[in-house]
Design a protein around this ligand. Structure first.
Ligand code: ADP
Ligand code: DP6
Ligand code: CO
Length: 324
C-alpha cells in the first residue's frame, strides 16, 4: 500500500533580502530576512513513497526531470523518519520557474510538507521551516502565510522562520513580468560568487542585518513609508553587491529599469509604491490597496498584459492525502 500526499505552498518575496550563506551545506544565512507570502503564485507537489521503487522519480509541470536535488532533500526526510523507500515526486509550478519569482521557495516548502507527511512525520511549523530551509533558504519563509521573518540563527536548530504579527497595512504587490525566462545564473551560484569576489559583500551583511530589525519595528508601527524605504534599499543594496562581483554580472534587463523608474516617478507624484527585485529581472511593486489602480495605470503603457496584482497569501497546507 502506498500513501500519496499533495501539499501547496505559496512563493514569498523578501522585503529584506537573504543573500549569502555562512554554511552552504546547512543553508545558514549571513543575515535574517523578512518576507511577504503571496496569494497568487504557488507550487503543488505530490509525494508518494513506494518500497518497490529502485530510485526517486521527479516530474515538473508534467516533464520528467533529473531527481538529484530532490533525492538529496528526500534523504533528509528519510533520515528523520526512518523510511528507506524511494518516492515519486510530481510538482506543478503556478509560478515561472527560475525567473526570480521565488519558485525555489514555494517548491521546497511544498516538498518539505508533502514529503514529511507522506513519510509519517508530523513536524511542527518550526521544524518544517528548518527542513524547507535545507532545500532552499527562501523556502523556510514559505511555510508561513503573510509576513514572516527568517532568523539567521547560529546553527541548524536556531535558523528558522516564523510569522510576524499581522499588520493593519493593506499590503499589495504588483508583479511586473519583465521576462519569465530562466535566469542565466542561479541564486545559489551567484550568492557564492558574490561572497567570494564582491568587495561590497561585508558591507551588505553589516547593513542588512540592522535593516531586518528596523523592518520588524516599521511593520509593528504600521509605518508604510519606512517599510517601503527599507524594502527598496535592501533590494538595491543586494543588487549593488552582486554587480560589484568579479567578473561583473547583473540580473537587471533594460525593462527592469523602465519599471523601476516608473515607481520612482509614481512616488514623486505622491503614490506610496516601492520596487523590489530578486535574482531575476522581474520587478515587484509594494503598495497599499487604495493605490493599486494608480500603480497599474502607470505601468500599463509599457507592460500591458504583463502585470499581476496580488496580496498576502496563506501558509503551506495539505491539499490531499490518498492511500491505495
Ligand atoms: P527562483 O528565483 O525561481 O527561486 P532559483 O535559482 O532560486 O530561482 O531556483 C530555481 C530552481 O529551483 C530550479 O532550477 C529547480 O532546481 C528548483 N525548483 C523550482 N521549482 C521547483 C519545483 N516545483 N520542484 C522542485 N524544484 C523546483
Ligand atoms: C534574491 O532561496 O533561491 O530571492 O538558498 O541557494 O536556494 P538558495 O537560494 P534562494 O535565494 C533567494 C534570494 C532572493 C532573496 C530572498 O528571497 O530573500
Ligand atoms: Co530561489
Amino acid at each position: 500500500m502506498t500513501h500519496a500526499v499533495t501539499a501547496r505552498a505559496h512563493t514569498n518575496i523578501a522585503l529584506i533580502k537573504y543573500w549569502g550563506k555562512r554554511d552552504a551545506k546547512l543553508i545558514l544565512p549571513y543575515t535574517s530576512s523578512v518576507s511577504l507570502t503571496l496569494a497568487d503564485l504557488y507550487t503543488d507537489t505530490t509525494v508518494e513513497f513506494d518500497p518497490t521503487l529502485a530510485a526517486d522519480t521527479f516530474s515538473l509541470n508534467g516533464e520528467v526531470r533529473p531527481a538529484g536535488k530532490i533525492s538529496a532533500f528526500l534523504d533528509l526526510v528519510r533520515a528523520q523518519s526512518g523510511t528507506t523507500a524511494h518516492a515519486h515526486v510530481r510538482s506543478l509550478n503556478h509560478v515561472p520557474t527560475a525567473a526570480g519569482l521565488a519558485s525555489s521557495a514555494s517548491a521546497f516548502a511544498a516538498l518539505a510538507l508533502a514529503a514529511s507527511r507522506a513519510a509519517g512525520l508530523a513536524l511542527t511549523p518550526t521544524d518544517l521551516s528548518r527542513l524547507a530551509r535545507r532545500g532552499s533558504g527562501s523556502a523556510s519563509r514559505s511555510i508561513f502565510g503573510g509576513l514572516a521573518i527568517w532568523h539567521r540563527g547560529s546553527d541548524d536548530t536556531t535558523s528558522f522562520a516564523e510569522p510576524l504579527p499581522a499588520t493593519t497595512l493593506p499590503l499589495k504587490m504588483v508583479v511586473v513580468l519583465v521576462d519569465q525566462g530562466r535566469k542565466a545564473i542561479s541564486s545559489r551560484q551567484m550568492m557564492t560568487a558574490t561572497i567570494a569576489t564582491s568587495p561590497y559583500f561585508p558591507a551588505w551583511v553589516q547593513h542588512n542585518e540592522a535593516a531586518a530589525e528596523k523592518m520588524v519595528r516599521a511593520l509593528a508601527a504600521n509605518d508604510f513609508a519606512q517599510v517601503g524605504a527599507l524594502t527598496e534599499a535592501s533590494s538595491m543594496q543586494m543588487h549593488a553587491a552582486i554587480m560589484a562581483s568579479e567578473p561583473s554580472f547583473t540580473y537587471f534587463e533594460p525593462e527592469t529599469l523602465v519599471a523601476w523608474q516608473k515607481v520612482q516617478a509614481l512616488r514623486a507624484s505622491g503614490v506610496p509604491a516601492y520596487a523590489t527585485m530578486d535574482a531575476g529581472p522581474n520587478v515587484k511593486i509594494l503598495t497599499l490597496a487604495p493605490y493599486v489602480d494608480a500603480v497599474v495605470t502607470a505601468l500599463a503603457d509599457s507592460f500591458a498584459g504583463r502585470l499581476l496584482t496580488t496580496g498576502p497569501g496563506p501558509a503551506a497546507r495539505i491539499l490531499k492525502e490518498a492511500s491505495d
